[in-house]
Design a protein around this ligand. Structure first.
Ligand code: DHB
Ligand code: MG
Length: 210
């Protein structure tokens, strides 16, 4: 059977035992198996490390796969704040991140991410790196909050910009599709950002706050 380009490239890498355990734990917890693609997980680590980000905000923890990829790029004193709607998901994520040796770097905030973002702004918190990977209907709102909480030069990364074909399907116009299209347009056009987009896997947006 012919492999996809993504499958071919993923097959070149040695198995990542830590992330394999996360996938297994995700299945065991009967959580959705929709973690970030492995190639993008590797990219997150590289982006955090090369940008020397000290404080990361993740919107959507799920089971901790991307949290581990982000934390791997941090210095030991660096910090990841991760927002998660569901307490049971945050519990699984915390366990996986702790098993991976990054528990001391990660703080979970549980509940509606828009409320947590409001609270972080009220606390005067600022971040050098944002990873947006939660409910797609709020993507534009999350991007606007990221811009408000960003230190100059901060990176903003968003997963699933193609929505498995729905973003580019003219017959689809549900709220999540509309929000992601608006998110993508803003990423491409906002004069405060310098951006690019990767079309592999399910699409990834990468923007730098000028
Ligand atoms: C899906 C994938 C994701 O990475 C995500 O964040 C949400 C949904 C999906 O394939 O349905
Ligand atoms: Mg995703």
């Amino acid at each position: 059977m012919t492999q996809s380009d993504e499958q071919y490239m993923d097959s070149l890498f040695a198995e990542d035992e830590v992330l394999e355990r996360v996938m297994e734990g995700t299945r065991k917890a009967e959580m959705p198996e929709i973690s970030i693609a492995p190639g993008y997980g590797r990219l997150l680590t590289i982006l955090v490390k090369t940008s020397r980000a000290q404080r990361i905000l993740e919107i959507g923890a799920l089971s901790g796969y991307s949290g581990i990829c982000l934390a791997r790029g941090l210095d030991d004193e660096g910090k990841l704040v991760s927002l998660e709607l569901k307490p049971e998901f945050a519990e699984v994520a915390k366990q996986h991140v702790t098993e991976a040796g990054h528990g001391h770097q990660v703080e979970y905030r549980i509940g509606d991410a828009m409320e947590s973002l409001k609270q972080l702004e009220a606390e005067g918190q600022r971040f050098d790196f944002f990873f947006i990977d939660a409910d797609k209907g709020n993507y534009l709102n999350y991007l606007e909050y990221a811009l408000r909480l960003a230190n100059p030069g901060a990176l903003i990364v968003g997963d699933n910009t193609l929505l498995r074909g729905r973003t580019t399907d003219p017959t689809r116009s549900g709220p999540a599709v509309q929000a992601v299209r608006q998110f993508n347009e803003r990423i491409a056009q906002d004069p405060r950002l310098m951006s690019t987009m990767l079309p592999a896997y399910d699409g990834l947006a990468i923007a730098m706050v000028k």
